[in-house]
Design a protein around this ligand. Structure first.
Ligand code: SAM
Length: 472
């Protein structure tokens, strides 16, 4: 039955295959010889199969875990350098017809304030985001075919791209919306979206159906096959994720990697990103009622193993996680973080009164973008506001090829420095600017090509005197 190249969800996410993978992994969790072989294979940075990775997931030997964490950090550094891409979510509407039991947007929730931004309100929200310094957004909506129509979404994307406020502009809009049709995905592609993100929530079909008892999202196959339709509709970059806490994490981990293998097998390119959300407290949602919550150490292990299993896939961590958890997992392979996020509809302009909350979940990291940027630099990372790959057509397999042969850093590293410089000039506090300028000076010397270094240095100077939006 198991067939990664099949287009049927139950064949590429085959339950029997996951069960037998977990049994195999458990049986070999102390098989030092096998574990060493798998770690050696991971060192080649060409990835691991779901079976191999699951053996490492089952392994609990502290010395082997230490090796895995070190390797994850090294792979992150080799492929993504010390850059961390910044983004923010923008909630457009929390109307939803689904019945997802972990999400406060579920249709039966009469308590949460329902909101949908008008185009004028979007202008205000985006202006507030631009004033913080954001250049990349992930737009978020509940599923409501009547209120949150594709026309509304397309109009909103157009509005977002059109807003130019002071030196601000949104240069990349990613989108996280419910599974839809090939035709709709094609429209999103034509509207200029970056990544289409869809969390699987859980790969366990039976649990999936119980956790999504009503609404269009109940259909496991339609949801699980959605990113294939997105790729068929021309979207090159897709983002996967599971909501950790719903099902057993080892099951989810195997499923996630099988999904990545499926995309490779069918489309010749794996997921652009993987997100690792954990369930959070929300309006009428108590995360403790879900039995499969994972502790911070297990969470770190998942991040490290994703990093070494799919080295070419970016990994995203949101403000669902606290500063300390983010600090723990950043060096294990995270390549994108959100900053200063609001999960309410309209939350960037005005704080909501407590009894009128439209929030999707509690945010743990409540720092300002300036604080997050400064903190990242203090940890030795370069906060990057770069959006160049997508704007230069470096998407899908073109992007992956450049990443795999290491050439991407010729673009990403100088682009990170130039967009950080823009941020420092336009939005940073004095303290952040000082730290950032020193970091940029130190990092220019690390640009290997003389030509690229010269152009970058020239552009950085020009940014200092008011020019904007240079990119390789
Ligand atoms: N409505 C879209 C869909 O059905 O895929 C996606 C948008 S939703 C705003 C984004 C994600 O938030 C969901 O896919 C889910 O994983 C996550 N989410 C929902 N409830 C959550 C909670 N209580 N805590 C943390 N994340 C949650």
């Amino acid at each position: 039955m198991y067939n990664p190249a099949s287009l049927k969800s139950e064949e590429f996410i085959d339950h029997e295959e996951i069960q037998s993978t977990l049994e195999y992994a458990q049986a070999n969790c102390e098989n030092v010889e096998m574990i060493d072989q798998i770690i050696e294979k991971a060192r080649l940075a060409k990835g691991l199969t779901h079976r191999e990775a699951s053996v490492l997931m089952a392994c609990e030997m502290p010395n082997k875990l230490e090796e895995i964490y070190k390797l994850a950090a090294q792979i992150k550094n080799d492929f993504y350098g010390n850059r961390i891409v910044m983004f923010a979510p923008l909630y457009l509407s929390n109307y939803c017809v689904n019945g997802c039991v972990y999400c406060p947007y579920h249709a039966k929730n009469k308590h949460i304030a329902r909101k949908k931004l008008t185009q004028a309100e979007i202008v205000k929200e985006v202006t507030a985001l631009q004033d913080m310094g954001h250049k990349r957004l992930a737009i978020e909506l509940g599923e409501d075919p009547v209120r949150n129509t594709m026309e509304y979404i397309l109009e909103s994307i157009k509005t977002i791209y059109s807003i130019k406020h002071k030196n601000g502009e949104i240069r990349r809009v990613n989108i996280n919306i419910a599974a839809t049709t090939v035709e709709d995905y094609r429209k999103l592609k034509d509207a200029g979206i970056g990544t289409y993100i869809l969390f699987q929530e859980t790969y366990h079909k039976k649990s999936y159906e119980q956790l999504h008892p009503t609404g269009p999202k109940h259909n496991y196959a339609y949801h699980t096959e959605a990113v294939d339709r997105a790729m068929e509709g021309g979207i090159d970059d897709v983002g996967l994720g599971v909501l950790f806490g719903l099902e057993l994490y080892k099951y989810e981990f195997a499923g996630l990697l099988m999904h990545a293998e499926h995309l490779e097998a069918v489309h010749g390119v794996g997921p652009h990103t993987i997100s690792v959300p954990r369930i959070k407290r929300a309006d009428d949602i108590d995360p403790s009622v879900f039995d499969n919550g994972i502790d911070d150490e297990t969470f770190a292990k998942i991040c490290a193993l994703i990093r070494i299993s799919v080295p070419y896939t970016g990994m995203i961590i949101s403000t669902r996680e606290s500063q300390s958890v983010r600090e723990r997992v950043l060096p294990l392979g995270i390549s994108q973080v959100s900053g200063a996020s609001r999960t309410s509809v309209g939350g960037y302009c005005e704080p909501e009164p407590a009894d009128e909350s439209s929030e999707q979940f509690d945010v743990s990291d409540k720092r300002t973008l300036d604080e997050v940027v400064r903190w990242l630099m203090a940890q030795g990372h370069i906060p990057s506001f770069c959006t160049a790959c997508y704007r230069e057509g470096r998407t899908g397999d073109r992007f992956m090829t450049l990443l795999k042969n290491g050439q991407i850093s010729n673009c990403c590293h100088p682009n990170a420095l130039m967009t950080l410089k823009e941020y420092l000039m336009d939005y940073a506090s004095e303290e952040t600017r000082e730290i950032g300028e020193k970091l940029i000076q130190a990092e220019i010397a690390n640009i290997k090509s003389d030509k690229v270094r010269d152009i970058c240095a020239h552009n950085l100077e020009a940014i200092g005197t008011g020019s904007r939006d240079f990119r390789f």
